[in-house]
Write a protein that binds this ligand. Structure first.
Ligand code: AMP
Ligand code: MG
Length: 338
């Protein structure tokens, strides 16, 4: 069985082609929208996606050495994300499904991040720390779904790092040779004692930390110290909630996923915390931490194999606020490829 997965929830238009047998990943094409300055504007992203979507699909088929008729299904991320961007992926997926009579499988973007992390870690029932530009969630499986144990009360971890970097004049680009510019700037920095570390219940909060960091810069406090403190507090509070989830559920595996899961310092913290609790931890390959079409195709195959036959093109409706705890995961605890 071979699936073509389309990702277009945020800045990346990704087309992945995946087989349910080894070598699993047959193609992985990505086009990333990067604005020259400021944040991303949904309309501009959609405009960009519409110009490269056809090429991305053709290139993915070329890389896999397959024709459209070799595919078994089309999987598409229908949310959560930015409406205009989501609509491009949905339109391409509906058109392919209708034209070639292929089952159309809707995929939740967050579920796909979790499934690719479980796949690479070989983790059947992990505690999941999912951290990206728009999401900070600590989740784990319980009674048919991934349940959210904790999350951010305001901005996401990736957004915190990116916004600070932009306002401080460190970015764009945000990532230099695989490292976030906040990490690069934090080298040699010292910990500042009066920054807010906020965990409320099982939730984290980052907006006070961002404000404090920016105000400190304005007061002339050393930027290396500010970056170091911001990074340490942000990562440690997310890891603290992950640790609480592990202790509470007594599970014995931990995975990280989402764009920020590419971060080596965060991985190191997760690894040390997991060891303390005798839990297994294996980092996700850097390339598959961030948004991609491969994870959408994998989640599509899991859903299809567990009996979801697909939806009619007219029912493949985007949902900008589609929470991952709204999705039944009947394939659980099966891992992709099994
Ligand atoms: P995603 O939306 O899942 O592709 O994640 C994008 C987010 O991941 C952005 O906020 C990036 O700044 C962040 N990111 C990517 N690489 C790293 C890294 N090495 N360290 C920290 N954050 C990263
Ligand atoms: Mg993502």
């Amino acid at each position: 069985m071979v699936a073509l997965g389309i990702e277009s929830t945020a800045h990346t238009f990704g087309v992945g082609i995946v087989s349910d047998r080894k070598p699993y990943i047959l193609a992985d094409i990505r086009y990333k929208y990067t604005p020259s300055k400021g944040g991303i504007l949904p309309r501009e992203v959609a405009q960009y996606f519409s110009t490269i979507a056809g090429r991305a699909v053709r290139e993915a088929l070329g890389e896999a050495g397959l024709g459209i008729r070799d595919l078994s299904l089309i999987a598409v991320a229908l949310g959560p994300g930015m409406g205009p961007a989501l609509r491009i992926g949905a339109t391409v997926a509906r058109a392919l499904s209708a034209a070639y009579g292929l089952p159309l499988i809707p995929v939740n973007h967050g579920i796909a991040h979790i499934e690719i992390a479980r796949f690479f870690a070989g983790a059947r029932d992990p505690v999941i720390l999912y951290v990206s530009g728009g999401t900070t969630v600590i989740a784990t499986y319980s009674y048919g779904r991934y349940r959210i144990f904790g999350e951010t009360l305001d901005i996401a971890l990736g957004n915190l790092l990116d916004t600070f970097a932009r306002e401080a004049g460190l970015a764009p680009p945000y990532i230099v040779e695989g490292e976030h510019v906040v990490d690069l700037c934090a080298r040699g920095g010292r910990f500042l004692r009066d920054f807010p570390y906020t965990v409320k219940g099982q939730d984290v909060s980052y907006s006070g930390l961002l404000t404090k960091a920016l105000r400190s810069l304005a007061k002339g406090i050393d930027i290396h110290d500010v970056c170091y403190t911001l990074r340490e507090i942000a990562f440690s509070s997310a890891i603290e909630v992950t640790e609480r989830c592990l202790a509470h559920t007594r599970k014995n595996q931990v995975v990280l996923t989402g764009g920020v899961a590419a971060n080596s310092i965060l991985n190191d913290k997760a690894s040390r915390m997991s060891k303390l609790h005798h839990a297994k931890f294996k980092p996700i390959p850097r390339r598959y931490a961030g948004d991609n079409g491969v994870m959408i195709a994998m989640a599509g195959i899991l859903a299809f194999k567990s009996g979801l036959n697909g939806v009619k093109p007219e029912d493949a409706i985007i949902n900008q606020r589609w929470r991952l705890d709204r999705v039944d995961v009947p394939w659980f605890p099966r891992i992709f490829g099994e």
